[in-house]
Design a protein around this ligand. Structure first.
Ligand code: KG4
Ligand code: ZN
Length: 335
């Protein structure tokens, strides 16, 4: 890949992030988060997110350039998330990126956030190249994807209702855990045993369809029934049992697809792939089946600017540049 200096800007949810890459080498990676502020309200308040991005974006970009040892004039392109995400939040990053690219007279690259999550793995292993199978599990998406080339992929399995991250966040709420839910469920689960029989996240009899709404409802019913009867129950066991039911089928189907399609490499991306249990299960299963696993560090699984810069490089090489009138999109289909 060409050794271009690309700035990546991410502002789709509660992280304002900026990073610079040179080819596939990461030069800097800056993340400001409004999560502590959002935690007071139990979830992301879009208005608060937009205001926080407005205050942070300039500083995030300045720091990313400083840490990379570059002046703004040395950039070859500006890549920015244009969707999916919170509209007001996206517009802050997108407008900033447009002005920067316009003033520098360099290309603007509009990045699909989910493709950014998929691209994060390229930064973790310089030798990684398609084809491979990826497990995508974030707050909005859950899918097993066959990455065929740098720009083409096929969805092999996906969720028909909630995403895995969404289920973690809802279960966290039922268990009285603060935002952000996923890491807190993981922490609680570490002290529990997976002894409760919750329905696994794969639709019975299907190889391609996950469902998280039944699992989520089952956890809610379990907790509410126990509370109504005044029975004591172990929240740690609920967390561990939920985590197992949510994750085991994802890992199993990811590995099964890699073996079936004779694709020797597996990667993962999205916030839920920062989950310790998922990471251990995936490592063990890939080892068992002799598959190479490229697992981005936790900080590259959750939202960051580096993955946007990396996907920006892929789109740069494919000649996909954005027009200055491009708008933000709250939702973009996976395919
Ligand atoms: O990829 P991401 O940062 O944002 C989206 O694009 O959605 O994913 C956020 C999701 C949230 O639902 C969060 O609870 C979940 O990822 N998450 C986790 C963990 N860290 C983040 N879920 C389980 N275990 C974790 N350690
Ligand atoms: Zn994300």
């Amino acid at each position: 890949m060409e050794e271009k200096f690309i700035l990546g800007i991410e502002s789709s949810c509660d992280e304002t992030a900026a990073a610079v890459i040179c080819g596939r080498r990461l030069l800097s990676n800056v993340i400001f988060s409004s999560a502590t502020e959002q935690a007071k309200y139990g979830g992301v308040v879009p208005e608060i997110a937009s205001r926080a991005h407005t205050e942070a974006v300039d500083e995030a970009v300045k720091q990313a350039l400083n840490e990379a040892g570059l002046t703004v004039k040395e950039l070859d392109a500006v890549a920015v998330t244009y969707g999916a995400g919170l509209l007001g939040a996206l517009l802050v990053g997108l407008s900033f990126a447009k002005s920067l690219a316009y003033s520098l007279n360099i290309p603007l690259i509009a990045v699909n956030h989910i493709r950014g999550h998929l691209a994060a793995a390229y930064l973790c292993d310089n030798n990684l190249k398609p084809p491979y199978i990826t497990l995508l599990a974030s707050g909005g998406h859950t899918a097993i994807i066959h990455i065929k080339t740098y720009t083409e992929f096929e969805v092999l399995a996906s969720t028909s209702d909630d995403a895995a991250g969404e289920a973690f966040d809802k279960v966290a709420r039922v268990l009285g855990l603060p935002y952000p839910g996923g890491p807190n469920v993981q922490r609680l689960a570490e002290g529990g045993e997976a002894v409760i029989d919750f329905p696994p996240s794969l639709v019975r009899g299907s190889n391609t369809q996950f469902s998280y709404s039944g699992l989520k409802t089952s956890v809610i019913n379990y907790c509410h029934t126990a509370e109504q009867k005044g029975e004591q129950f172990s929240k740690a066991d609920v967390a561990a049992s939920f985590q197992k039911a949510a994750i085991d089928p994802l890992v199993k189907k990811t590995v099964e697809n890699a073996v079936k399609l004779n694709v020797g490499t597996v990667t993962a991306g999205g916030g839920v792939s920062a989950n310790g249990y998922l990471r251990e299960r995936l490592k063990a299963e890939c080892k068992k089946h002799n598959l190479k696993l490229v697992l981005p560090e936790k900080g590259f699984c959750t939202d960051n600017g580096a993955m946007i810069a990396m996907e920006g490089l892929i789109q740069y090489n494919a000649g996909n540049f954005a027009k200055m009138n491009i708008n933000a999109c709250a939702q973009i289909p996976l395919k």
